[in-house]
Every structure is written in C-alpha cells, then in structure tokens.
Design a binder for this molecule. Sequence first.
Ligand SMILES: [Zn+2]
Length: 136
Amino acid sequence: MNCIYHSDREATVMCNEQPLCFECAKAQNREKMIEAIIKLTLITIPIIAAMCLFFKDKINSNSFAVLELAFVVGGIPFGWMALSKLTPDIFILPLLGWIIYFIVKFFISLFIGVFILVFKMGKNIYIIVKSIKFNR
Ligand SMILES: [Zn+2]
C-alpha cells in the first residue's frame, strides 16, 4: 500500500486508518504534538489563575492544599462544559428555576470538573510523550 499523499512512496504507518509514508506520519505526528501542547497550556491557565488568587492571601498556608483547591476551581469550566453538552440548549424555566439550575450546575461542575481536568491533562501529556518518542 502506498502513502495517500505520495502515490510513489510505500506506506509504513497506518494513521487513522490512512496509509502514510514515514515523512507524512512524522509531519502529522508533529501537528498532533503541537495541538496537544496548546490544549495542555489552555487547560493549565485556569489552574494557574486560581493558584495566584489563593496564594495571594495565604502565603504561609499549606501549598498542597492550595494546589488541590486550584485544581478543583480550575476544573469548574470543564465540568460546566461537560454538563452543557448533556443538557438541552433551550428550555423554559421561571427565574427561580434558573437560579436553582445554575447553583446545582455549579456544584456538580465543582465535583466532576477536577476529574475531567486531570483526565484531559493526562491525555495531552500522553500524546506529547508519545510524539517525542516517535520523533526520536
Ligand atoms: Zn507521504
């Protein structure tokens, strides 16, 4: 089988069920690695922001507790996004219903967000490590 981009080259790797030559595989691998680095950077921004916020007034506090808190708070947007995917876009509630809805959603985000955050970090670190090994 030949590379889908180079009909004159023998494919050495299957990538997403597409035969690729070594050079194309390397290029695609590099793209994936850059994407993973960008994602990982974006993921860490809320954590760093939360850490700055907590460290500011608790200079002498336990740094592990601050880190833990930063992960939980940093995870909120990820929990929120995951819940938004599950809930319908439009539904009609009275004002009080909306307030309760947002409070409940916030607390569920607080619980599940940290797990999603750690999972996403792990996934992107795994992609980066794998790409580095591949490119060596
Ligand atoms: Zn190729």
